[in-house]
Ligand binder design. Sequence first.
Ligand SMILES: [Zn+2]
Ligand SMILES: [Zn+2]
Length: 226
Amino acid sequence: MNLNVLAGKNLLSSTIRLYFTALLTVGMEYIAKDEHENLWHSKYLWYFHASHHHQTTKLGYGPSKNDAEANSYITPKNRTFELNDVFAVIFSATAMVVMYWSHRPLHETHLIHDVAFGCASGISVYGTSYFVGHDLCAHERGGARLASYLKKISPIMAKCADVHSRYHHKIDRNISDDADPYGPPYGFWLGPQEAIANSKDKEIIMPNFIKGLFWVGGAISILSLL
Ligand SMILES: [Zn+2]
Ligand SMILES: [Zn+2]
């Protein structure tokens, strides 16, 4: 391959990878927030997610204000793993398989490899940030000392962890029977904004410019399949 063409191809591949990595790193918080609210807290997946709220339930039942709350705060003191961890295992394993498949020298990639590698990288960066903020900091799964160190070096993480603990891990019994007693925030990094919006009966949704970037990403993904 001509050197100029090769340099151009490498630049294009790197740009596509970076575009999808950045888009998914940021966009996943909005996607994860909606998944958490509409899937994890639905009657279809609550069976798995209930373990994270220290409840046991039967398949096909959603969260209820009559759930017996094992503890109003959050750190599981008596077990290392929760059934809810299956979601993290599925997402991280999928991202690793996609990364393994799509990773190759820049001049050997096709567009579809760059798109796939960028998406898997973005989801991995987001997943890692969620693990550090939510699992290690808010839920102290690496120990209380590590959590307090993380809070000390990142006041933003400390705030998100505090809001998550205080608002999402507490049963609200002053609601109707069919409402979700755990309620917002469902996002982690958006938690403080969500809590403020919720107090004004508002919702946080994905900003239009990020939606626009996803539309552009969708168009590139379709092109990559041609
Ligand atoms: Zn939840
Ligand atoms: Zn949590």
